[in-house]
Structures are given as structure tokens and as C-alpha cells.
Design a protein around this ligand. Sequence first.
Ligand SMILES: Nc1ncnc2c1ncn2[C@@H]1O[C@H](COP(=O)(O)OP(=O)(O)OP(=O)(O)O)[C@@H](O)[C@H]1O
Length: 260
Amino acid sequence: MPAPGDITLHDLTAGYERHPAVHHVSLRWPSGSLAAVVGPNGAGKSTLLKCVAGRLRPMHGRIDGVEPARVAYLPQVSEVDRSFPITVAELVGMGLWHELGPWRRPAAGQRARVAAAIAEVGLQGFERRTLETLSGGQFQRALFARLMLQDAPVVLLDEPFTGVDARTLEDLVCVLRRWHEQGRTVIAVLHDLALVRAVFPLTTLLARELVAHGPTAAVLTEPNLLRARQLQEAFDERAGPCELDAAEVGVTDGGHRPHA
Ligand SMILES: Nc1ncnc2c1ncn2[C@@H]1O[C@H](COP(=O)(O)OP(=O)(O)OP(=O)(O)O)[C@@H](O)[C@H]1O
């Protein structure tokens, strides 16, 4: 039995309406990894993360070591609805869903944990503010507090530092390092390679397929980054389904591998 949070992808292909966005990826994130996923725009990073989070079913292959109910997942901020009329305390309290279920109200001890998580991300005094009154950085801090309360062995973050200033970045990186020290598997999609080099020991480089995976310094080399750029540029957005997958699932509509 793998340790909780020891995640392996076996020949994973994922996409939309039978068109693979990322394909035939095999890799392992050992339990307790602090890992970055990088690659050009459209490389399939979010798609891969959604699959690991259990939000998207793989088209092919499988994922071992993840229990979707025990994953804390932060989608790209553009996918999060901020017009929802709830307060910061209510949003953060949603992190206790796995303990409370839909109907039970938080007990005093749980309310204290919500307050502690809000304080830990530096939002003390914002408890009663509604989400649309927060700045981008404050909203991102509130989302991190919610993740804290989920207390999950696996934390998945899709571009968690988009639009935050240097101070907020520093504070949120501290939260992320704490999760790592606590032995959680933390995987983040990122674009800032300097940040990846400084903070993340393990990196996955994607360009619709796996370009490299391993220690960050060995992955983020000029030849690997060049190859990722070339693969992405050669990709044909109008291509049909992946022929390897199509053959295995019995699809016969003449699909072909979607890059030159
Ligand atoms: N819901 C969807 N329906 C159809 N195609 C999608 C959907 N989401 C993403 N795609 C396509 O899948 C491909 C990979 O997208 P994805 O968002 O996974 O890339 P990414 O590496 O996260 O990109 P970015 O760095 O720009 O966020 C893109 O070609 C995108 O247009």
C-alpha cells in the first residue's frame, strides 16, 4: 500500500470531448513532495491537476494514491465565483465541510479554528467582510485559510500566486512551506520559474506531454525548456483524438496523434 499522498500517474491522458489536452504522462510524486508543475500556456497543467483532484475523469490511464474526498484543491482564481454573498468567515468555514457535512453548524472549537486560520493568513478583522469587498490578494489569503481547515494529506494549487504582491507572496509561501513540513504532498502549477527554483525541490515540465520530471535543477535546464517551447508550438489545436487512446477505446473515426 502506498503512503497517503504518494501519487503515481500511469500513462495518463486527459482532455475534453475526446481531445487530449495532455497525454501519456507517467510519473510519481512521493508522499510529502513539494512539487511544481510548469510549462507554456496551454500545456495541459490545469487539466492534469484537475484529474489528480478528481474533478476530471482521465480519458486513459490511471492515478494511484489520491482519495478525491481528502484532497484540498485550489482552482485558478478566474474559476472561483467571488460574487457569492458570503463572508470571509463563512468561506473559510467551508474548509470544515469534511467534518460538518451540509447541515451541522460549527461548534465553538471549530469556530475557534476558523478564527485561527483567518489570523494565520493575516486577515484578522476581515471575518465579516463579504468576498466582493476583498482585494485580489486578500481573497487569495482567505482561500488559503479555507485550504488549511481542509486538513488534507494532498494540497493541489493552480497558479496560487497570480496577482498577489511581494508581501502576500511571502506570507502564502510560508503557509505552503508549513504544509510541506507537516508531511503533506503539495503540488502547485506555476509560471514563475525563479520562484520554482527557490521554493520547490521537485518539478514537472509539461508541454501536452511530459518533457521532464525530477529534481528542479535537473528539470529546468535550457534544453528542456527549449524542447517544451518547441513541442507546444508544434501542437495542432484542431487535431483529432489521440490515436493510441482511440485504438484502445475502440474509436474508429480516424483520429491522429495531435502534434507534428
Ligand atoms: N473546459 C475545456 N473544454 C475544452 N478545452 C479545454 C477546456 N479547458 C482547457 N481546454 C484546452 O485544453 C488545453 C490545455 O489547457 P490547460 O488549461 O490545461 O493548460 P495550462 O497549461 O493550464 O494553460 P495556462 O498556463 O494557459 O493556464 C488548451 O488547449 C485548452 O484550450
